[in-house]
Design a protein around this ligand. Structure first.
Ligand SMILES: Nc1ncnc2c1ncn2[C@@H]1O[C@H](COP(=O)(O)OP(=O)(O)O)[C@@H](O)[C@H]1O
Ligand SMILES: O=P(O)(O)OC[C@H](O)CO
Length: 508
């Protein structure tokens, strides 16, 4: 009987289950949208009970579609939106309040107040002191409700990222575990020692008793227990945060191999082997998937607006009816209309880190057409990723040989050619559209022997069509200079607007 591996991919906007066979092919899948709660400006929450119900439903749906017996499932892999933090009752798995999502900015003021602590936190965790990561979110929850702290100190309520919460539910509250990739996003993990850091825990007021045990990404996380939709005893043996899972699912296992996932935002990761590098160029350091106790690391940069710039063309400007129309439209743009679009709708992420920035379009003339805007939107994403790879190349003293790509925008051939041109590097779209889930399945299957080793996984991935740079180096440099001039203008505008409004606030 052919063994299957079940991947659960719990993302920001949806929960999916995907069943893979031993060749790494998708057998069946099911997905469910997730409700987003915005209780105040800048706040984003999820209902962890809804996440659990959706997980049960998509797993059941996938198994029904595959017409497979649960006995064929050799193992389960879990991958998840990262940083989002849940508190739950250890004994029952019942959530205590809503999950605070990675996009939530409610702890901005805390981060500002503790800006002086940035250097040691950055050195210890590889992260930038920003509301993005879990620690300030936990700090906020515990300080808002004084009744929680004694329960947390006694370990009666516990905390974790979504992987940890789902494993607790899948195992009938037996396991309270996480993997190092997820732990490295909390801002509570010592990046080099791979241990919870008591000093950081004290700084953020988080009792160590409420944190899960950390394991490599391919390990024994527990077995299913007491579920209506799966039999008891199926092992959970692969866990990774979604971007690290995509890196693994793209076969980027060793130093220098890089991928970018273009969804709502874009996440670029380059593997740095067993070396944790603290970036001198505004990237963050993170743990990459570990298949054993040998540490693995990556440098990461996130672009906050990627596919959402395309959504804006569709829903805001209404110049396209569907995202894929940008491919044909951009191809019709006039090369003599060099429009530059800086899609900084929610501030600029790495490597600029300007939360106050907003979007801007430069170079408009009476001749500017929708096609020129479509092209500028796609290029605006490609330019940002070019800046990330430039930053990583400075940190590593080397440029990746190519860029593996996946996510919704990777279906756009015009975009991939533009990305290759602006990087001066080959761009290789994944053959499997589900790199994130495949990564989790690979980790789980590797642990239980569905696959023997990394070479076998590499062979399974095959070679996709490659996009090669067709732009001359001098044209590329000129275009990058124009882009960076536009980004500088956006930053100056943001800074001067900010100081102007603080003068008004002060009554001057
Ligand atoms: N062919 C395309 N060309 C350009 N953008 C696209 C295309 N297909 C999808 N997108 C964009 O990709 C995003 C969806 O990608 P997906 O990987 O499903 O994202 P997420 O997981 O963040 O929801 C949307 O923002 C959409 O605008
Ligand atoms: O759920 P996604 O795909 O939007 O990914 C979210 C990231 O993990 C946030 O760091």
């Amino acid at each position: 009987m052919m063994p299957y591996v079940l991947a659960i991919d719990q993302g920001t906007t949806s929960t999916r289950a995907i069943l893979f066979d031993a060749r790494g092919a998708v057998v069946a899948s099911a997905a469910q949208e997730l409700t987003q709660y915005f209780p105040q400006p800048g706040w984003v929450e999820h209902d962890a009970e809804e996440i659990w119900a959706a997980t049960a439903s998509v797993v059941a749906g996938t198994l029904a579609r595959a017409n497979c017996s649960p006995q064929q499932i050799a193992s389960i892999g879990v991958t998840n939106q990262r940083e989002t933090v849940v508190i739950w009752e250890r004994a029952t798995g019942r959530p205590v309040g809503r999950a605070i999502v990675w996009q939530d900015r409610r702890t901005t003021e805390f981060c500002r107040r503790h800006a002086a602590d940035q250097p040691w936190i950055r050195e210890r965790t590889g992260l930038v002191l920003d509301p993005y990561f879990s620690a300030t979110k936990l700090q906020w929850r515990l300080s808002q409700d004084p009744a929680l702290l004694p329960l947390a100190e006694r370990g009666e309520i516990v905390a974790g990222t979504i992987d940890s919460y789902l494993i607790a539910r899948l195992t009938g509250s037996v396991s309270h575990v996480t993997d190092y990739t997820n732990a490295s996003r909390t801002m509570l993990l010592d990046l080099r020692r791979l241990e919870w850091d008591p000093e950081l825990a004290a700084f953020f007021g988080v009792p160590l008793a409420m944190l899960p045990k950390c394991l490599p990404s391919a390990a024994d996380f527990g077995v299913t227990h007491g579920l209506s939709f799966l039999p008891d005893g199926i092992t959970i043996s692969g866990v990774a945060g979604d971007q690290q899972a995509a890196l693994f699912g793209q076969g980027a296992f060793t130093a220098g191999e890089a991928k970018c996932t273009y969804g709502t935002g874009a996440f670029f990761l380059v593997h740095t082997g067993s070396r944790a590098i603290v970036s001198q160029n505004q990237l963050i350091s993170t743990v990459a998937a570990m298949t054993d106790s040998t540490p693995q690391y990556a440098l990461e940069g996130s672009v906050f607006v990627a596919g959402s710039a395309v959504q804006w063309l569709r829903d805001g400007l209404r110049i396209i009816s569907e995202a894929s129309a940008t491919e044909e439209l951009a191809a019709q743009s006039n090369p003599q209309e060099p429009v530059i679009f800086v899609p900084g709708f929610v501030g600029l992420g790495a490597p600029y880190w300007v939360p106050e920035a907003r979007g801007a379009i430069f170079g408009l003339t009476r001749g500017t057409q929708p096609a020129d805007l479509a092209r500028a939107a796609l290029e605006g994403v490609a330019f940002q990723v070019a800046d990330l790879i430039d930053a990583a190349s400075h940190d590593l003293n080397a440029t990746p040989l190519d860029l593996r790509v996946d996510g919704g925008m990777a279906n756009n051939r015009w975009f991939l050619q533009a990305q290759s041109d602006l990087l001066g590097l080959p761009v290789r779209p994944a053959l499997c559209a589900e790199s994130t889930a495949l990564g989790a399945a690979f980790l789980a299957g590797l642990r239980v022997g569905v696959w023997k080793n990394l070479d076998e996984l590499r062979a399974q991935l095959g070679q996709s069509q490659q996009f090669s740079p067709a732009m001359s180096p001098s044209d590329r440099q000129r275009r990058l200079r124009t882009w960076r001039r536009a980004v500088r203008a956006v930053m100056v505008f943001a800074k001067e607007t900010e100081s102007d409004s603080s003068l008004i606030d002060d009554g001057n």
